[in-house]
Design a protein around this ligand. Sequence first.
Ligand SMILES: [Zn+2]
Ligand SMILES: [Zn+2]
Length: 183
Amino acid sequence: MEDTPYLTPIFYQKFFHTQIHPEFTADQILLEQLSKDNDTPDELMANLSNKPIPKGLVSNRSCSKDTYLRDPAVSRRALARAGHRCEIDTSHTSFLRKNSSHLYMEPHHLIPMAKTDHFGVSLNREQNIFSLCSNCHNQIHYGKKEDVQRLISKLFLSREQEICSILGRKITLEEIYQFYNVL
Ligand SMILES: [Zn+2]
Ligand SMILES: [Zn+2]
């Protein structure tokens, strides 16, 4: 009797949520990891290669689709590269992150990590990660179609070359709209 694990309804809720929304969960874990970090000297960006690199490690194989690991160091560099400002509008404000002298921003993978197998290369690259304020980040995930399109096109057009380079092929705005179901 003592060995029976005590499984609360909350546990079941969390467990099944993790199973159904592995990508959402992986992004939440990434945010948590970034919050636990202390400030580290921003690593040099000079050697950032635009060449495609192999798909990373899988963090969750229990579902029909693989979920690829988000390396927090890559996101940290992407936020530093943006100067810890929102890449939709640098005047968007936020609060100071704990253990840090930087504004709190959230990393967003423009080409969704869930499309890793579709491209066959790593999508966890600085070039694919944008620094967004919480409001813009939520809007790109949960906003109205026209607004989501506007945000995506602004981000994509600001880095089109780099994104095509890391994918190893051309990609159009329409293709990205499809990934977000806003075509
Ligand atoms: Zn996101
Ligand atoms: Zn913003």
